[in-house]
Design a binder for this molecule. Sequence first.
Ligand SMILES: [Cu+2]
Length: 167
Amino acid sequence: MHLHKYEKIWLVFGMASLVLFLLIIGFAAFWKGTHPQSHMETIDPQNVEAHDAFKPENLGIREVADGKYIVNIVASAFNYDFGKDTEGNANKTIRVPKGSTVLYQITTKDVVHGFQVAGTNVNMMVEPGHISRYEAVMKNVGEFTIVCNEYCGIGHHQMYGTVEVYE
Ligand SMILES: [Cu+2]
C-alpha cells in the first residue's frame, strides 16, 4: 500500500498526539491523584461516622441559613441513609421550599454509587474515600426521584429516595 508522504506525517502526528494525551491523563489520574472538583475532600470509608457531617444524628436535611440547606447522605449497598424521622423510621424524602439552595454532601461506605436527582442538575458519582458535594438551587416545584446511576450490585434498583420541592 502506498501512502503519500504528507499522509504519513499526519498519521504519525495524530497517533503521537493521542499517546501523549493519554500519558498526560494517566499521569494526572494515577500519579497526581487528580479527581473531579466535587471529590476534593477525602474520608475513611471504614469510618465515615468520624466525619461530623456523616454522624448518624447529622444525616438528612438541616437548615443552615434562611433558604439554605445542607443534606448529608451516606450511601451503601443498597441504601441512601438520610437519617431517621422523629418516630425512628428511615427518612426517604427530603422536603425543601421552592427556590432554596441545597448543598448535597454524600459519601459511600463500600462501592461506587451514583446520586442523581432526576430532572435537576444534581448528578454525582460517589466514590469510597471521597466526599461528593454539589450545590443546587431547587427552582421547580415537584417530586424528584433520587436514583443510583452507577451499577453497584444486585440491589442497585432498590437505591432511591425523593426530593420534594414545595411552593
Ligand atoms: Cu447503584
